[in-house]
Design a protein around this ligand. Structure first.
Ligand code: SDX
Length: 428
């Protein structure tokens, strides 16, 4: 029972609402009983709404803090690896050596996809956006696993989670190979998760391909930085879909669809397209003015964040990684990357962006880094989805493994009042 209460007085009547506290972050006012007063709460975009209780990820937007199960993101990005972070997010604790080895071995049992999945690709145009393929293929995965779709069964939930973590790189690389007409490359279980992905992306059956360890490390760090992020738009989509009892593959497919938007996970692709549109350092001023113009829809993609109002802690690590990769591939003097760094500098010094706390977010630097690694722009959000799958499936599992309600928001109705049907002959 909450010991603190908020009082709400409406039409002279006062109702008391419980104030609940978490381990970190703002307290919350429990408004679930308000409907009994004949009122709904109103919060478009859920800016002031805590939609659930969670123990997975904590964000402090003002202090630029991001914790996965209590561990600061910069420590994990610099000292851990993606599969260790997957274990941490899924189980709540860092693995022992044996637990880590067993986890990796188990994942390696699931890296291949059913041979019939190849047929799905043939139905797509070669120039289909890879996110369109991902939404379809991941959703269709449930068709291959009828034996483990009982979401009330913890074993089935864990198997689905492992299958998704292990198969996302394989399917993502298949999207790329299909788009360039090259043969699909099978996963190599003797490689690290990121190196294996690079091998499936850029290897061919014709010759040996050894992934660059600096690039593999950078990609692993990108996966860690994008693994989870509290109740963002795509995670909220996964939870809402999951609250209907839909199978995990359908829920992750819904999350992929939500992530695709340029205001969310599509921002890294949009940031690179924006840089190509700006084209030259001399054009930056014109685009900065467009971004400031309230009548111009143009925004600086890769800048700003709904929660981080000082800086995105992931962007700090991503920026360092970006410079490492530019060094490793010898792109430091490439005009395109110099343009990106010039835009970063100008935006960071411009009062408009400073006043609105619009800093480069993780997507700005991850887009530049992925481009330097040689990954095509339309694959950026696929890589974000690959990384975020562990976050989505962990949040889904957290919800399903304890009591939950079907998600069903209400509305402020502003449409027509009741009226009678008019026969078409009598309509003017
Ligand atoms: C991700 O939620 C998550 O956690 C998401 C994510 C994750 O890991 O899951 O972190 C991943 O989605 C990162 C964000 C990637 N999106 C982009 O880079 C797209 C560009 N950014 C903007 O679309 C915007 O910054 C948002 C949508 C991200 C956040 O916007 P808010 O918090 O809703 O703020 P707002 O749109 O109300 O803008 C506030 C002001 C406005 O100006 P004024 O009306 O006050 O004059 O800032 C301006 C906006 O016009 N503004 C920008 C801007 N972002 C906001 N102006 C120019 N360029 C921008 N990028």
């Amino acid at each position: 029972m909450a010991d603190r209460k908020a009082k709400l007085t409406i039409d002279g009547k006062t109702i008391e609402l419980d104030i609940l506290s978490g381990t970190l972050g703002p307290d919350v006012i429990d408004v679930s009983e308000i409907v009994k007063s004949g009122y709904f709460t109103y919060d478009p975009g859920f800016i002031s709404t805590a939609a659930c209780e969670s123990k997975i990820t904590y964000i402090d937007g003002d202090k630029g803090i991001l914790l996965y199960r209590g561990y600061p993101i910069d420590q994990l990005a610099m000292k851990s690896d993606f599969l260790e972070v997957c274990y941490l997010l899924l189980n709540g604790e860092l693995p022992t050596g044996t637990q880590y080895t067993d986890f990796c071995k188990t994942l390696n049992r699931h890296t291949m996809v059913h041979e019939q999945m190849r047929n799905f690709f043939n139905g797509f145009r070669r120039d289909a956006h890879p996110m369109a393929i991902m939404v379809g293929v991941i959703g269709a995965l449930s068709a291959f696993y009828h034996d483990t779709l009982d979401i009330k069964n913890p074993e089935h939930r864990l198997t689905s989670a492992l299958r998704l973590i292990a198969k996302m790189p394989t399917i993502a690389a298949m999207c790329y190979k299909y788009s360039i007409g090259q043969p699909f490359m099978p996963p190599q279980n003797n490689m690290s998760y990121a190196a294996n992905f690079l091998h499936m992306m850029f290897g061919t059956p014709c010759e040996e391909f050894v992934p660059n360890p600096v690039l593999a490390r950078a990609l692993d760090r990108i996966f860690i930085l994008h693994a989870d992020h509290e109740q963002n738009a795509s995670t909220s989509t996964v939870r809402l879909a999951g609250s209907t009892g839909a199978n995990p593959y359908a829920c992750i497919s819904a999350g992929i669809g939500a992530l695709w938007g340029p205001a969310h996970g599509g921002a890294n692709e949009a940031a690179l397209n924006m840089l190509h549109e700006i084209g030259d350092i001399k054009n930056i001023g014109k685009y900065i003015e467009k971004a400031k113009d309230p009548n111009d829809k143009f925004r600086l993609m890769g800048f700003g964040h709904r929660v981080y109002k000082n800086y995105d802690p992931r962007a700090k690590v991503m920026r360092e990684t970006c410079y490492e990769v530019l060094e490793a591939v010898g792109a430091h003097d490439d005009p395109f990357f110099k343009l990106a760094m010039a835009l970063e500098k100008i935006a960071l010094e411009d009062p408009y962006f400073i006043e609105r706390k619009l800093y480069p977010n993780v997507d700005f630097y991850s887009g530049v880094t992925l481009s330097a690694i040689g990954i095509p722009t339309n694959m950026f959000t696929v890589i974000f989805a690959l990384a975020r799958t562990i976050g989505w499936i962990t949040q889904w599992n957290e919800m399903i493994s304890s009591p939950y309600k079907l998600g069903r928001p209400r509305q402020l109705y502003k449409g027509p009042v009741e009226r009678n049907f008019v026969d078409i002959k009598k309509r003017k």
